[in-house]
Design a binder for this molecule. Structure first.
Ligand SMILES: [Zn+2]
Ligand SMILES: [Zn+2]
Length: 333
């Protein structure tokens, strides 16, 4: 099968993904093999490719927002019929036995596997995954529309839950890429006013189109104090600026897996019961809840589609803020 393979992490400008022929995977017991229709491109893929996340498997096929159809079921895999449309997300597998898994916090598992990082992902014609970590996909979304829901959407949803978004509340979104453009639709559906802070003019325009009350530069002060804010951009200097924008008792949620160092700041920015909390991965329950909600709203994703062989170009564009919404790779049609 054809796949985009990463041998050694390197800057995306050097086009480190190799489009090449690799051996097709076979599903082990409890796994399914999925024929990939499309795979979303996530900033985390960039962190894997550029080595900001320490390499865990080499070579590796990135990609963790897979939409495809089941084409082979391994031994004892009975959940899906061949041909069922499914999604594969970042959380590939957990041990199911550690204290976090037992507490229902599988997103914090001590021995997790991640799609496109510790296990091969969806920048390929097919991929295998444990059937219990595969999502049935709701009708009503075309493949390329559904792909960004699987990470940008699910993680954004977990962030919004942590932010305790309320009807009539004021929510800040810092960074307005794939996750932001889905999160605003959920927050608006819940009746919250959204203030979008992002460095790129195209992203500010998209935020206003999607119903933001205000859109400004990343470090610009929003016109109102915020009840909560979510930071999707991986830039630590946003943290003090976002804290400054919060009302007393406000909540700041950090949605990224990687962030540049946070500059030091005076205690007065945090005092008055403001809170900072990071979000790590997601549980399967987050995924199931969000996919149901996305179908109900319904969330409309803005996507820019690239062929699989142009994965490097898609990632370069993502790095340069040149994608309004989300980038998606088309693999099999
Ligand atoms: Zn565990
Ligand atoms: Zn992701």
């Amino acid at each position: 099968m054809k796949a985009c393979l990463l041998r050694t992490p390197a800057k995306i400008e050097t086009n480190p993904l190799q489009f090449m022929e690799v051996e097709e995977p076979r599903p082990a017991a409890g796994e399914v093999r999925v024929r990939v229709h499309v795979c979303g491109v996530c900033r985390t893929d960039l962190h894997v490719i550029e080595g900001e996340l320490p390499p865990r498997k080499s070579p590796v096929i990135p990609g963790h927002q897979v939409v495809g159809s089941v084409e082979e079921c391994g031994r004892d895999a009975k959940r899906f019929v061949v041909g069922a449309r499914v999604g594969i997300a970042w959380l590939h597998k957990t041990d199911g036995t550690c204290e976090y898994c037992r507490r229902g916090e599988e997103n914090l598992c001590d021995a997790p596997e991640f799609t496109g990082y510790t296990a091969n992902g969806g920048y390929a014609e097919s991929v295998v995954a444990p059937e219990s970590f595969v999502y049935p996909l709701p009708e009503g979304f075309r493949d390329e529309q559904a792909a960004p829901l699987l990470c940008a959407g699910i993680i954004g949803y977990r962030c919004l839950r942590m932010a305790q978004v309320e009807k009539g509340g004021k929510l800040g979104l810092y960074g307005f890429g794939a996750a932001g453009h889905v999160a605003i639709q959920v927050a608006r559906y819940w009746g919250s006013d959204v203030y979008a802070s992002t460095r790129d003019e195209r992203h500010r325009r998209l935020a206003m189109e999607l119903g933001a009350k205000w859109a400004g530069g990343t470090l610009e002060a929003p016109p109102e104090k915020l009840d909560a804010a979510v930071v999707f951009a991986p830039a630590g200097e946003i943290v003090p600026a976002a804290l400054k924008a919060l009302r007393k008792g406000g909540r700041l949620i950090l949605g990224g897996i990687h962030m540049s160092p946070i500059p030091s700041f005076g205690y007065d920015l945090l005092y008055q019961e403001r809170m900072i909390r990071s979000v790590a991965n997601n549980t399967r329950q987050d995924g199931e809840e969000f996919l149901r909600l996305a179908a109900q709203i319904p969330v409309r994703t803005h996507v820019q589609v690239y062929p699989l062989r142009e994965a490097n170009q898609a990632l370069n564009a993502l790095k340069n803020d040149a994608i309004p919404g989300a980038a998606v790779l088309r693999v099999n049609s």
